[in-house]
Design a binder for this molecule. Structure first.
Ligand SMILES: [Zn+2]
Length: 96
């Protein structure tokens, strides 16, 4: 008498494990690449309406007018817009 192995249960276990891993990876990527609500340009503009005038943006800390951009790296796919004078991060944008 031979035992008939139920290969379908292996497939189900494999599929469930794969789905859980995929969801965890997706969630981790989402958290890593999303800009915190208080770090968006809109939030900066709402917080300091007098400092954002068209394309002219000033620093809230030192009133500096030179804003530089750098990639944040670490697979965040985000850019940091910071004050060249004091280094304060003003807001973040997504890399394209
Ligand atoms: Zn500054």
């Amino acid at each position: 008498m031979t035992v008939n192995p139920n290969y379908f249960s292996y497939f189900v276990a494999f599929a469930v494990t794969g789905t859980v891993v995929a969801i965890l990876l997706w969630w981790e990527h989402r958290v890593r690449t999303s800009i915190p609500k208080d770090r968006t340009f809109e939030a900066y503009k709402a917080r300091h309406p007098g400092l954002v005038n068209g394309s002219k943006i000033r620093c809230a800390e030192c009133n500096g007018a030179v804003v530089a951009v750098e990639r944040m790296m670490g697979n965040t796919y985000r850019r940091r817009h910071y004050c060249k004078a004091c280094g304060t991060t003003l807001y973040e944008t997504k890399e394209n």
